[in-house]
Ligand binder design. Structure first.
Ligand code: NAD
Length: 284
């Protein structure tokens, strides 16, 4: 392997120590950051994510509150619960674990969360603030990617970034964060013609597609930075990213692995956002 490995696990651990220190300081001022997580239904993957979030809260000295609702809960009941949490001074962050059952409108749920407690950074107000370069809760995975690059000392200004994927939670916001840092950004997606034509020109490629081993060495320019957001299973059932790691790591300059790349940063930035919200509550 010739590429430098961007070790997300190590960078996340360093950030978590910093967050835990700040939580201690805040507690001395009488505020313990509190994160409420709402889980609807019984999706195994969601349950695992939620458990990890609770565990990380505990490790960092924060409070966590898990609210479990039945798969067939009425949308109104979920919205009422969110309104109750919006008014609870002990709760600084509210997260509704996605995906939601089909009878519940995701956008309605997200818009009911107070933008001041929207630690996932999905509320249109936070997205708008992010787009206009104002202070905002930034969505956790894109934010985590920016921190990985910052911690690795990779300069972004003037770089050509190609984002593959345009979801609301990863692709679109990460491109915007790069733009905010003066990169030139190209978005590619399922309807893009000749993907390689674009990715081969990129100084930085972000793969957020959800297809195992989709990005191969011939998508990449020699020495490029490759960020792999994907979480997939290969034919053998092994966890893998969107990037064919073995061959791309021989050509790239920097690369994130899967696991231990972008993944650990997502929960870390969720904790950071909850801390930020708790700190801001002191000023209100
Ligand atoms: P998504 O399914 O919402 O979006 C996938 C995107 O890929 C779409 O915008 C689509 O246009 C694009 N795409 C599909 N086929 C393509 C093709 N042939 N060529 C180019 N683009 C194509 O997925 P998402 O929620 O953005 O997640 C993407 C991946 O990242 C998934 O594997 C997901 O599990 C993972 N993920 C990881 C984290 C983390 O913390 N590491 C967080 C969120 C998502």
């Amino acid at each position: 392997m010739t590429a430098v490995l961007i070790n997300g696990k190590e960078i996340a651990a360093k950030k978590r120590i910093e967050i835990a220190e700040k939580v201690k300081d805040l507690k001395k001022k009488g505020v313990t950051p509190g994160l409420a997580v709402i889980l609807v239904g019984n999706n195994d993957a969601s349950r695992t994510y939620v458990r990890n979030k609770e565990k990380t809260c505990q490790e960092l000295g924060m409070n966590s509150l898990l609210i479990e609702l039945d798969e067939d809960v009425a949308e109104d009941k979920l919205l009422d619960k969110i309104l109750e949490l919006n008014n609870d001074p002990a709760i600084h962050g509210i997260l509704v674990q996605l995906p939601l059952p089909n009878h519940i409108k995701e956008s309605k749920v997200i818009e009911t969360i107070s933008p001041l407690k929207d630690v996932d950074g999905f509320h249109p107000i936070n997205i708008g603030r992010m787009m206009t370069g104002q202070d905002a809760f930034l969505p956790c995975t894109p934010y985590g990617i920016m921190v990985l690059l910052e911690e690795t000392g990779i300069n972004i200004e003037g770089k050509h970034v190609v984002v593959v994927g345009r979801s609301n939670i990863v692709g679109k916001p990460v491109g915007q964060l790069f733009l905010n840092q003066n990169a030139t950004v190209t978005y590619c997606h399922s309807r893009t013609k000749d993907l390689k034509l674009h990715t081969k020109q990129a100084d930085i490629v972000v793969a957020a597609v959800g297809i195992a081993n989709f990005i191969t060495a011939d998508h990449i320019k020699e020495g490029a930075v490759v960020i792999d957001v994907g979480i997939n299973r290969n034919e053998a059932g092994k966890l893998c990213g969107d990037v064919k790691f073995d061959e791309v790591s021989e050509k790239a300059g920097y690369i994130t692995p899967v696991p231990k790349g972008v993944g650990p940063m997502t929960i870390t930035m969720l904790m950071y956002n909850t801390l930020k919200s708790a700190s801001q509550s002191l000023d209100r």
